[in-house]
Design a protein around this ligand. Structure first.
Ligand code: SF4
Length: 745
């Protein structure tokens, strides 16, 4: 039996096993086989219970191998201790090849109205000039489809052979039209064949109902597959976490397993017709969900012997540093495991600006593969399970009876930020407090929401440097920890400092300098498993992982966490990243990929970014980047979370301008997540993580959401931001912004 037929059979077997105890008989028509959730509440409750049971069963069975054994961990990429690029077939997209035998391909998407041929052509040329190797354009209807031929011709006349990709939602006929002129079609399995569904909660109570829909998909999708095959047009089966079909949601919920199954339904049809010129994507706005979904996809492909390339992206990442950070965490984590063949960094910015971070990430991934990053230690991971997220939390410090100062706040329960500072910075006092994120009250620093929890002093001030010593004292009074290397403390004692010692010193129980009551242990990744296990009996306040030169942070830290967890060591772990070169963008990309890649596995309790390169990188930038890293890794929220789409030809308002306006008025609401979406094409599920949504409903009109529910429709744009604020107030999530004068940072 071929891989194709065997996978189809096993899928049908699984589908039969999903059968519920429902009395509904099978039916060939949607109208009689589906039940919508508009019936009575008792019926809804019953359905909810049945749905939950079916989803749990479906997800569980998806996690089973044929022998009924839970999947072993670590098989989603070639090697979790070293970067090897996952072997894929080559996909041809116009004149560009995508796959593991080729460099990672950079792409972006236009924001122009596709019907405006000249604007779209100019934008594509700008993107290509900036380095985009493929460009996607939105094609929502026949008018846009007709413009595509002209766009392609004008580009060729201007000497641009950049492959153009059509972004298709809901519209099989439109896809058929553009398959005559463009190089690749992106289809969304969640909405391609389901029409403009209303995202209602539908329960598919029998396998027959479910299968009837799969048959409908095959009927609608097959002509496109055959046409793409005949025209040598490529395809992306692009699943989006926020727009899974009602059918998928009914069986799997909005889980990574549902995302993978949604894509596989379409892939099986492609394979049935011997069409293989396609890639997969599994996008989500939450980097943790995105990483988990891609890993599961890769894992499932290994099981089936499939070798299709991966298009990576974090969707609705937002703008600026936050958008770059989220993308770096999600895309970077996967690239360092050798996954990913083409990438897009979605930003709420001009499309050509996406190429710079995209290039940096692609280079990071290719360098890691070329150098076969890691591999210093081969070990078997038994604790990290890529399918079930669990945070490994260390125990926060407790106060001891005879201690001089309070150490309970030197770390934060949701993730800590430690800032590396110089004596010169300490001496600047007010400016230093501001850079550290403190509020100021009559010259005294006070903790604010994004104040560093502790500081690192490579060099300590001498007792005669009064201003610096005063700054240290004032920080300690507000609970901020002061870490200093043990050798430095012997030269320049700092009262109540936390001494940094090596693991060997800690094991040997060497005496601390007299001025230090507590100590932290620094690890460089070369420590043996036996020595790391001895940490179980060591009373360190925290561990700092500062990997030595030439050693891979992500891989050697994985071994450290494996040993710590295996031995029940509960000391909090801080990722101490020593950055020796690069500019601000490098800092964001490198830290997002390497440290974020660990945090999104739940490994680590905080971050210490220490920059020693030649650029002038302010302390405040490193601090806000650290907090951004924790927020992007879903640990600690210190500012409003925005889920904003990058905009495209469907966008119904000026997304960049509106996002900036909203951010200006609501940026002081940590813990509140606001989605700003150009349209609802990806469904309210895309705002699953958002508390409130501001969504283009029609030209000049905005719909406001609370969670996934639309609560105000068709509000004129001019007053929509104020209405959004009212809505936030109604739900008791609003606080008045602090007077700027009172806040120094
Ligand atoms: S949500 Fe934004 S990027 Fe997505 S289709 Fe709508 S306007 Fe385009």
């Amino acid at each position: 039996m071929s891989a194709l037929s065997s996978s189809m059979v096993s899928s049908r077997v699984v589908l039969r096993q999903f059968s519920s105890s429902s009395s509904s008989s099978s039916s060939s028509t949607q109208s009689t086989s589906r039940k919508s959730s508009t019936s009575s509440s008792s019926s809804n409750n019953r359905r909810t219970k049945v749905q939950r049971a079916i989803r749990a069963q479906a997800v569980q069975q998806h996690e089973m191998t044929e022998g009924g054994v839970l999947l072993p961990t670590g098989l989603y990429c070639p090697d979790t201790t070293q970067t090897f690029r996952r072997k894929t077939r080559t996909i041809q997209i116009g004149n560009v090849k995508v796959g593991s035998d080729h460099p990672i391909v950079k792409q972006t998407m236009t924001t122009s109205d596709t019907r405006d041929v000249d604007a779209t052509v100019n934008e594509i040329m700008r993107c290509a000039d900036a380095g985009a190797e493929m460009v996607r354009i939105t094609v929502q209807g026949m008018q846009e489809a007709k413009a595509c031929q002209e766009i392609k011709n004008k580009l060729l006349q201007s000497g641009y052979t950049t492959p153009i990709i059509a972004d298709i939602h809901f519209a099989p006929k439109v896809a058929m039209t553009v398959a005559d002129c463009l190089d690749k079609i992106r289809i969304n399995p969640g909405n391609f064949a389901d029409g403009r569904k209303k995202f209602e909660d539908i329960l598919y109570e029998t396998d027959e109902e479910y299968q009837a829909e799969i048959d409908e998909i095959e009927e609608v999708f097959t002509p496109l597959v055959l046409k793409c095959k005949a025209n040598n047009v490529a395809m992306r089966i692009g699943t989006n976490h926020g727009s899974l079909s009602a059918r998928t949601l009914s069986r799997f919920g909005d889980t990574p397993a549902g995302m993978v199954e949604s894509a596989f339904e379409f892939a099986r049809i492609c394979r049935k017709h011997d069409y293989h010129n396609f890639v997969f994507s599994m996008k989500a706005s939450n980097p943790l969900v995105m990483v988990q979904a891609y890993r599961l996809l890769s894992y499932e492909m290994y099981k089936l012997g499939w070798d299709y390339p991966l298009h990576l992206g974090v969707t609705e990442a937002g703008e600026g540093e936050d958008g770059r950070m989220k993308s770096s965490i999600g895309i970077g984590a996967l690239l360092l495991d050798g996954l990913g063949d083409t990438i897009r960094v979605s930003l709420t910015e001009a499309s050509e600006l996406e190429i710079e971070p995209c290039t940096r990430l692609a280079n990071l991934g290719m360098k890691a593969c070329a150098e076969k990053l890691g591999g210093e230690d081969k070990f078997t991971e038994t604790k990290r399970d890529f399918q079930s997220f669990e945070r490994f939390n260390g125990d926060l410090p407790e106060q001891k009876a005879d201690e001089t100062i309070d150490y309970r706040n030197v770390l934060h329960r949701d993730g800590s930020v430690i800032s590396s500072v110089t004596v010169e910075q300490l001496e600047s006092e007010d400016q230093f407090y501001a850079e550290l994120g403190c509020m100021l009250a009559v010259g005294m620093p006070l903790r604010d929401i994004a104040t560093s929890d502790s500081i690192l002093l490579r060099q300590a001030p001498q007792a005669s440097q009064e201003k610096a010593m005063r700054s240290i004292r004032r920080l300690q009074e507000i609970g901020c920890g002061v870490l200093v290397p043990e050798a430095e403390l012997k030269k320049n004692p700092v009262p109540n400092a936390i001494a940094i010692v090596s693991l060997a010193q800690a094991i040997a129980k060497e005496a601390l300098p007299e001025c230090a009551e507590r100590f932290a242990v620094t690890l460089n990744g070369s420590e043996s498993n036996e020595d790391l296990a001895k940490l179980k009996d060591i009373d360190a306040i925290m561990l700092l992982i500062q990997t030595e030169k030439g050693r891979s942070r992500i891989h050697s830290s994985r071994r450290i966490f494996e040993v710590l967890q295996a031995n029940g060591v509960k000391i909090p772990v801080i990722h101490h990243k020593h950055i020796v070169d690069g500019d601000k963008s490098d800092v964001v990309i490198q830290c997002g990929a390497q440290v974020g890649g660990l945090l999104c596995d739940g490994n680590g309790d905080g971050v210490l970014l220490e920059y020693v390169g030649n650029e002038k990188i302010p302390l405040s930038f490193l601090r806000t980047t650290s907090f951004g890293l924790l927020q992007g890794s879903r640990m600690r929220n210190t500012k409003t979370e925005y889920v904003s789409c990058p905009s495209c030809g469907r966008t119904l308002f000026d997304l960049q301008e509106v996002t900036a306006q909203i951010a200006e008025k609501t940026g002081h609401l940590p813990g509140v997540a606001i989605a700003v979406m150009g349209c609802i094409v990806n469904g309210p599920g895309e705002m699953a993580d958002a508390d409130f949504g501001y969504v283009g409903g029609a030209p000049g009109k905005i719909d406001l959401y609370v969670g996934k529910e639309v609560v105000r429709r068709g509000i004129p744009m001019e007053g929509a931001t104020e209405e959004l604020i009212e809505l936030i107030k109604e739900h008791d999530r609003w606080v008045e912004p602090k007077e700027k004068a009172a806040v120094a940072a």
